[in-house]
Design a protein around this ligand. Structure first.
Ligand code: SF4
Length: 323
């Protein structure tokens, strides 16, 4: 991706759209990504928040955000976004809202709402071509209710609903559902994965998306210290390791055409990423599970081989791939 607007960190705004002292967990990777996302979007944003961890971000009458915040149930954030977009369009038609004062409408959800509970209303919004942004902080579980398995939870990880037992020594055994692909096959204007550890890539993608009208998805891998069982100060490092190991490919799709925006010159072994998190501890202790680790590594390599062969991966990067 040729960067047009964000060539150095100096290009990132020093304005803080999101104040400190909120009630989310220390080291929340999703919040780091949202902060960068908001900086790149600029002012005049209305967030529509599906119930989840980030519902604790803005608790009436207090908010750390400079933007507006509408709280909805998990299933219906895109419907809320439609209502706001319609209201803004009516105001503009009536000359009561100047084009320069128009607002960007942004749905903010976790992966639970994005992948499961809110998928129906999201699909309908994409089908209608709603002009909105959709920011998913993907912590790979239902984190705010105690870290239960979601459709985004990786294979081989432990969650509250997939504990390690003699019958299920791997924890989660299902294939991960790929939100990027679910959106991409419908060929919306813009779909991207981002990382809080790569602010330039993230910010440039917001800039590129801002030139397109219609549904625009951003999926931010969001290290979650309590759920991933990692120290809060390790969140950025984990987000970076996910990219460096190839587990979290940074990519975009413009009207369905995929390109990878950052390909590591040399991939680190996936076990560096896995071993850094307590949710994968059973793959290493009390006895190392070489077969499971090798399976995860092989799937990542298969994915990137397809990319290097310049063939669009036929299979999404599933749990089999991301471990
Ligand atoms: S539980 Fe995880 S995703 Fe939720 S606020 Fe805490 S760190 Fe963030």
């Amino acid at each position: 991706m040729k960067r047009e607007a964000y060539r150095s960190l100096r290009n990132i705004s020093r304005e803080e759209p999101l104040g400190p002292g909120g009630s989310l967990c220390a080291g929340c990777g999703g919040l780091l990504a949202l902060r960068l996302f908001h900086k790149a979007l600029g002012e005049n944003v209305i967030f529509v928040n599906a119930a989840g961890c980030f519902s604790l971000l803005a608790l009436f009458p207090f908010t750390p955000l400079r933007s507006s915040w509408l709280y909805t149930a998990m299933a219906c954030a895109p419907a809320g976004a439609q209502g706001i977009r319609d209201a803004l369009d009516i105001l503009r038609e009536r000359g009561k809202l100047a084009p320069a004062a128009d607002r960007k409408v942004v749905v903010v959800t976790g992966d639970g709402a994005a992948q499961d509970i809110g998928l129906q209303s999201t699909m309908a919004a994409i089908h209608r071509g709603l002009d909105f942004y959709y920011f998913c902080y993907d912590n790979e579980a239902y984190a705010n209710t105690g870290f239960q398995t979601s459709a985004s939870t990786p294979y081989g990880s432990r969650t509250a609903t997939a504990p390690i037992t003699p019958a299920f020594p791997l924890g989660v055994v299902q294939q991960r559902r790929d939100l990027f692909e679910i959106w991409r096959v419908q060929k919306p204007p813009y779909v991207a994965t981002v990382s809080a550890a790569d602010p330039l890539d993230l910010s440039e993608k917001v800039y590129r998306a801002s030139k397109l009208s219609g549904p625009k998805l951003f999926i931010a891998l969001s290290p979650c210290p309590p759920g991933w069982e990692a120290e809060p100060e390790k969140s950025v490092e984990l987000a970076r390791l996910a990219v460096e190991t190839g587990i979290w490919p940074l990519k975009e799709a413009v009207y369905g055409q995929v390109s990878h925006t950052k390909v590591p010159r040399r991939f680190k072994p996936v076990e560096e990423y896995l071993a850094s998190q307590g949710r994968f501890r059973h793959l290493f202790e009390p006895k190392r599970n070489d077969e499971a680790i090798a399976r995860i590594q092989a799937a990542v390599e298969k994915y990137w081989k397809a990319v290097s062969d310049a063939v669009a991966p036929q299979e999404p990067l599933s749990n089999e791939a991301v471990g």
